[in-house]
Design a protein around this ligand. Structure first.
Ligand code: SF4
Length: 63
């Protein structure tokens, strides 16, 4: 496994996740599932734990 020297605080509220704060692992994990990491979403939508592209689109187009 390659080094992951992230220094940015992780905003994901699922704090018991083993990938919390490890962006490289987080991105790879969600990418494998056709999803995006929680930090792409608004605060409200992040808390739903729905990391789908469809939900990201809804989140960004919500008025
Ligand atoms: S976005 Fe997903 S993989 Fe990343 S820390 Fe949160 S729950 Fe874990």
């Amino acid at each position: 496994m390659s080094a992951c020297s992230n220094t940015t605080p992780c905003p994901c509220t699922y704090t018991s996740c083993s990938r919390h704060g490890r962006c490289c692992s987080c991105v790879a994990y969600h990418r494998r599932s056709g999803e995006v990491p929680g930090c792409f979403f608004s605060r409200e939508e992040e808390k739903t734990y729905d990391r789908s592209i469809e939900n990201l689109y809804r989140d960004y187009t919500r008025s």
